[in-house]
Design a protein around this ligand. Sequence first.
Ligand code: HEC
Length: 184
Amino acid sequence: MAGTFDFKAAALAAAFAFLTSQVHAAETQSARADEGQVARGKYLVSIAGCNDCHTPGGMFGNPDMKRYLGGSDVGFSIPTQGVFVGANLTPDADTGLGKWTADQVVTALRKGKRPDGSEISGVMPWASYAHLTDDDAYAIAAFLRSLPPVANKITSYKSADTVPIAVSTVLPPDAYNALPAALK
Ligand code: HEC
């Protein structure tokens, strides 16, 4: 009947509007939580030295911020074990961590294990990162996933390999003393 207030429809509409607003509030809250998590991860990465070992130029005090965390251009030699190069931590699917879940990044950070079960060299200070809390470890993973992907394939080397990049190594005194002046 025209002009009659349809109580049932109005009640349904009100209930629907209320539910929608609750869903929106929850979404905004979780977006804010994500932003906070990424900001926390950014802060932790900035103080944990990841940049030094994972950004080209980082070991020379001149990191290339366009390839931030896109993989190092310096290898670390561990005698008899090999020359290990800081991996590409950006979400590039082929050369970075793009296919890793947050859990897998956290396991690498705290346990030194890759998704395929292989061990990450102790050059990567995961034994220290083993003490990260869940909140902090997942914040780092969230920040890494928020980075622009950088395509940069990183390879580590065997001790006997001829390496195409600079190498950081610990030398016994005699070996250091015998170096040409330009390398001291
Ligand atoms: C002292 C240098 C150094 C620092 C500091 C460092 N890393 Fe590494 N990281 C490495 C090296 C070298 C490797 C490669 C090790 C290997 O090949 O076994 C590596 C490997 C990794 C890997 C495994 C990636 C892969 O594809 O295998 C992850 C993840 C990682 N680092 C994350 C981080 C994060 C996040 C930080 C900061 C919280 C950090 N690293 C700080 C040197 C470092």
